[in-house]
Design a protein around this ligand. Structure first.
Ligand SMILES: [Mg+2]
Length: 181
């Protein structure tokens, strides 16, 4: 059996950056930052707001921040395309939870978009999960099997050295090649 397709959520399907920048404006009064300024995965460094993750944690509890994250344009259509190509049962979500409330809202976010719980893996140790992973986090490939990780281009990974990277279409082609379609 071929290893499954694994799709990360934050930075791949869900636009966490948009929500974080929105919080920076409305809570911290930081108005001059846009997505292109977020050049580190550590948002607090890019935005210059040390309390950021504390506030994110609060907003998860009080405003369902994770459940309300917007999708990237075309993200869910791309996911449907992968499901058609590889079979739904071979396309799994692999997402690292921020905390328990986050995880529960992420489950609901995914179910609302047609990904049932049995296709969701909520785990920070992505290096222990076998499959072909599409992820936006710089360096995530380093602990995984060679050739098992595709870096989805985002401003915060632009300067990182990644074995293979690109947008949704390139990721689809990479997966087709590896899974022999
Ligand atoms: Mg991510």
């Amino acid at each position: 059996m071929k290893p499954p397709v694994l799709i990360d959520v934050d930075g791949v399907l869900a636009n966490l950056t948009a929500s974080v920048l929105d919080l920076a404006r409305t809570v911290a009064g930081i108005y001059d930052k846009v997505e292109a300024d977020v050049v580190h995965w550590e948002y607090e460094k890019s935005i210059g707001w040390p309390a950021l993750w504390h506030v994110v944690g609060e907003r998860v509890n009080t405003h369902e921040l994770c459940y309300r994250l917007p999708e990237y344009p075309g993200a869910i259509a791309w996911l449907r395309e992968l499901e058609r190509e590889h079979g739904e049962e071979n396309v799994l979500i692999c997402t690292s939870p921020f905390n328990a409330a986050w995880a529960s809202q992420r489950v609901a976010w995914l179910e609302k978009r047609g990904v049932k719980l049995s296709r969701q893996i909520h785990c920070s140790a992505k290096h222990l999960v076998s499959g072909f992973l599409v992820d936006d986090r710089a360096g995530v490939h380093a602990k995984r099997a060679p050739g098992a990780t595709f870096c989805l281009n985002r401003p915060w990974n632009a300067s990182a050295v990644e074995p293979v990277r690109g947008g949704y279409e390139e990721a689809s082609a990479w997966l087709r090649g590896l899974r022999g379609l």
